[in-house]
Design a protein around this ligand. Structure first.
Ligand SMILES: [Zn+2]
Length: 445
């Protein structure tokens, strides 16, 4: 085989080369080889961030309620580079800390423990203004911190609940916040039942939740009296859309369609994209939205401005809402039917309320002096939800009001709102198609 012959020739050439070498050169070559061998076996100096995992036991404080807190075990820790994405972080000398929140933990105590300044927490809270998620910690939540060699906070990531993860990354000297929300999938379930006694009991037996039953009676409240008009033998038919993330029901649901069949008449309600219920002909069942959450005309002291520059830092600091110049104690109303998604205190926003009006619209009311509603509560348009105030980081009494479409803030004073009682002509075709889709799923057509 020519290959073996060539190898042999090469080997003998190499041996004769070694033999021909002066003795000093030969030994130098041997020493060099041994040195290389030793170096290659030395442990390498890696710049892997130090990984610290701890559980803190801190004094008991009031703990926020969160319906998802017990729902799902927290996911495993990912490698740091993936966690903090493309944030241009120099990982040399960094340490990564992970906490699983226990009862009584608070961010300020966690920051103190790690030697991070209160000013940093303050900056994060400012960066969280567009999300309002960096509030009370809930047991089971997971927080990761990436701390630099100089003990500066480079990044923070917190799993807020089942669907939401909030992170802050230091970029060019300022913290940038990001809220990642898993949309999961929405699947429809059909429920039906016969009236044998009270609607509430029969609906529960059919598998509907208390919240869904409330939504059903709320939708038809002005058309139908569930206590007086139902008779034994009447039937109800309900289509509900439920959200699932990783196959788990998140307890977020929407009642899409309702039919109440009595011996004399069928009452129906269909949820439109705008978060309101309409009958089969597109006539509104509830009250329409209102433009302003306040009574009367009020001066706007600061308008919605996504490109506003911060007066001191000169960085872009969007004004996501409309500020009304009203004194403390002015009545604030829900601008439409909805469900209170969150209500509480945020260091930057003060006392705040977030109301979800269907899947599309959300409204927020900030710096309130008083809150009269709680999370999970269903509201009608015009429900008194609180009083305006000057809480949180606010430079004077006013109401900061935000309007979001699919979780993106828009100008509340300019957005086209469903203000009329009927489905507008241009939307009628889409409404009819949606209604017929629901009826098909319910086996009605
Ligand atoms: Zn404002």
């Amino acid at each position: 085989m020519p290959f073996l012959i060539r190898l042999k020739a090469l080997l003998s050439a190499f041996i004769s080369f070694l033999n021909d070498l002066p003795r000093k050169h030969f030994f130098a070559l041997i020493i060099l080889f041994v040195c290389l061998l030793i170096i290659s076996f030395l442990p390498s100096q890696s710049v892997q961030p130090q990984h610290i995992k701890r559980q803190l036991v801190l004094p008991i404080q009031s703990v926020a309620q969160d319906k998802y807190s017990k729902a799902e075990p927290i996911e495993a820790l990912e490698p740091p580079r993936e966690v903090y994405g493309n944030a241009d972080i120099d990982f040399t000398g960094t340490r990564e800390i992970q906490w699983i929140i226990k009862e009584g933990d608070s961010l300020s105590i966690l920051f103190q423990t790690e030697g991070l300044s209160a000013a940093v927490l303050h900056e994060l809270q400012e960066a969280d203004k567009s999300h309002l998620r960096l509030g009370n910690l809930v047991p089971g939540q997971e927080i990761k911190l990436l701390i630099g060699a100089d003990n500066s906070l480079l990044a923070l990531k917190i799993k807020i609940d089942f669907a939401n993860t909030l992170s802050f990354v230091l970029k060019e000297g300022a913290y940038v916040s990001l809220l990642e929300t898993e949309e999961g999938v929405w699947r429809n379930s059909y429920f039906k039942g016969d009236i044998t006694g009270s609607f509430y009991i029969n609906a529960k037996e059919a598998g509907l939740s208390a919240g869904q039953i409330q939504q059903i009676s709320g939708a038809l409240q002005e058309k139908f009296d569930f206590n007086r008009q139902l008779r034994v033998g009447d039937t109800f038919h309900v289509l509900v859309s439920k959200q699932y993330i990783d196959g788990q029901y998140t307890y977020d649901s929407e009642v899409l369609a309702i039919l109440i069949k009595t011996s004399r008449q069928t009452y129906s309600a269909f949820l439109s994209e705008d978060g309101r219920y309409y009958d089969e002909n597109g006539k509104g069942l509830g009250k329409a939205y209102r433009r302003s959450p306040l009574d009367g005309r009020n001066r706007i002291s600061s308008s919605f401005n996504p490109k506003r520059l911060h007066p001191i830092t000169k960085r872009i600091s969007p004004h996501n809402g409309t500020d009304f110049a009203v004194g403390t104690g002015t009545k604030v109303y829900s601008i439409g039917d909805g469900i209170v998604q969150r209500a509480g205190y945020h260091p930057a926003a003060g006392n705040y309320i977030v109301i979800k009006h269907g899947r599309k619209y959300t409204t927020r009311y900030l710096h309130l002096s008083k809150i009269y509603v709680r999370a999970g509560q269903r509201l009608k348009m015009g429900h008194l939800i609180g009083h305006s105030g000057n809480t949180g980081r606010s430079t004077g009494a006013h109401l900061h009001y935000e309007f979001h479409i699919y979780n993106k803030p828009v100008n509340a004073m300019k957005v086209s709102l469903p203000l009329s009682q009927e489905i507008p002509k241009k939307d009628k075709k889409a409404f009819n198609e949606r209604r017929d889709g629901f009826l098909k799923e319910m086996g009605e057509i």
